[in-house]
Design a protein around this ligand. Structure first.
Ligand code: GLU
Length: 428
């Protein structure tokens, strides 16, 4: 039987890192085995679902290079199908309409739920055997029926609920493996009972480990941004996907494409314990990719056109793409704060002299000859390197921290270097 998997996001928010991870792992699994991977939008919750979120999810997946087979399915377009199955269950007595007593409604209100008069539930024999399944990652899981609570199927004939609609779709679409986040693990036994009631064979289930904040609490908005959108301005899609691939898996090397991940991917090797979202690791991975960026690509991802000469100085240092703005002095003269020009205890006269010395050194040769510049500046410093290099750095970059000023001079050229030094001197 050929493998078919899916990602089934609810469009109730922008593309979540956890959804992107589940999408990637499903994609990897399908790719490795040569199976199909589909996208299904679970938009039956009309109050919380919005088209703008669906668009964000679709665009986000595309941006990350996660492609699916065929059309996008939408549950809101499949209501007739759920209704048919629901009627089948109702007429065979396997589902029933449960009405709420006034007491039950009060209890629901206390939980903050606005109660309905009734709901359609699965008829579950609470004395039946424990519900058991073999999770592709976590091994055997078994739950007593009495611990399951009621299995709600639909608010009414036309309004299916998640567990029911998902099962019907997984049956109708021929899904062979359901790979999703561990937060769904408590839904699985309920879904298995629905398969049982319908007389259908369930797919294989596998639950991916939770994604955690560095303090090991569940990844949450309050501690780290959780939507993919929050990361795309700072990270290349190939770096992000590389990083996401490690959220619950260890590959043989740190830097790899999703195609390379697919070659190694083995569901049984997905970690059981939580996957920590480590932003330093993301920065590091991103830096490995930015090293090789062309000026065109950098422009397309940041909107900033960097002169060819300045490119290596920037790409060697970028961890986050938006940091490109910190290097503007490589193509545009900076504002220089005269106070910043002063080195430690030196007087403004000392600094002026130092800058004039630097100017002479620079005027005497070619700025492309960095070795000569360094040698002569070192000689002029006569042991007080700070007094030479600090004001020169500030004059050229306007900043406390920058690449070596000699490297900056080589990028901006002799004339511009001299102009910036003169400008700094005039401020002292
Ligand atoms: N709509 C569910 C979600 O967004 C899908 C869970 C599943 O994969 O079954 O979490």
């Amino acid at each position: 039987m050929s493998v078919k998997v899916r990602i089934a996001p609810s469009p109730t928010g922008n593309l979540h890192i956890g959804t992107a991870r589940a999408a990637l792992f499903n994609w990897l699994y399908a790719k490795k085995i040569g199976g199909e991977f589909i996208l299904r939008i679970e938009d039956t919750d009309l109050e919380r679902s919005e088209k703008k979120y669906e668009d964000d999810i679709v665009e986000g997946l595309k941006k990350l290079g996660i492609t699916w087979d065929g059309e996008i399915y939408r549950q809101s377009e499949r209501l007739e199908i759920y209704k048919r199955y629901l009627n089948e269950l109702l007429s065979s007595g396997k589902a029933t309409v449960k009405t709420f007593s006034e007491e039950e409604k009060d209890a629901l209100r206390k939980e903050g739920i606005e109660p309905r008069d009734s709901i359609i539930v699965l008829v579950v024999d609470s004395m039946g055997p424990a519900v058991e399944f073999s999770d592709g990652i976590r091994g055997t899981i078994s739950v007593e029926r009495k611990h399951l609570g009621s299995v709600s199927l639909a608010k009414d004939e036309n309004t299916p609920l998640y567990n029911f609609a998902a099962v019907i779709d997984d049956i109708e679409m021929g899904i062979t493996d359901v790979i999703r986040g561990e937060d769904h693990i408590s839904n699985t036994p309920k879904q298995l009972l629905i398969y049982e009631a319908l007389g259908k064979t369930p797919p294989q289930f596998a639950h991916l480990p939770l994604i955690l904040n560095p303090d090991k609490t569940k990844l949450s908005k309050r501690k780290s941004p959780v939507s993919v959108d929050d990361y795309v301005k700072d990270y290349l899609p190939e770096a992000l996907i590389n990083f996401i691939g490690f959220l619950g898996y260890t590959y043989s090397k740190e830097i790899l494409t999703k195609e390379e991940m697919a070659q190694e991917f083995d569901l049984g090797k997905v970690h059981k314990s939580g996957a920590v979202f480590n932003i330093e690791k993301l920065n590091w991975i991103n830096a490995q990719y930015t090293k090789n960026l062309s000026a065109d690509r950098l422009e397309s991802v940041t909107g900033v056109r960097v002169p060819e000469k300045a490119l290596p100085l920037i790409t060697e240092r970028l961890e986050r793409l938006s940091q490109v703005h910190e290097y503007e002095y490589l193509w545009k003269a900076p504002e220089v704060d005269p106070r910043l020009l002063l080195w430690k205890n030196s007087s403004s006269d000392d600094v002026k002299k130092s800058l004039e010395t630097s100017r002479r050194v620079i005027e005497l040769g070619e700025v492309s000859d960095k070795e000569r510049m360094r040698k002569e500046l070192d000689a002029a410093a006569a042991g007080n390197r700070g007094l030479i290099y600090w004001p020169l750095r500030v004059a050229l970059s306007g900043k406390k921290a920058s690449p070596d000023p000699v490297d900056i001079a080589a990028v901006i050229g002799k004339e511009e270097t001299v102009r910036r030094i003169e400008n700094a001197v005039s401020k002292l």
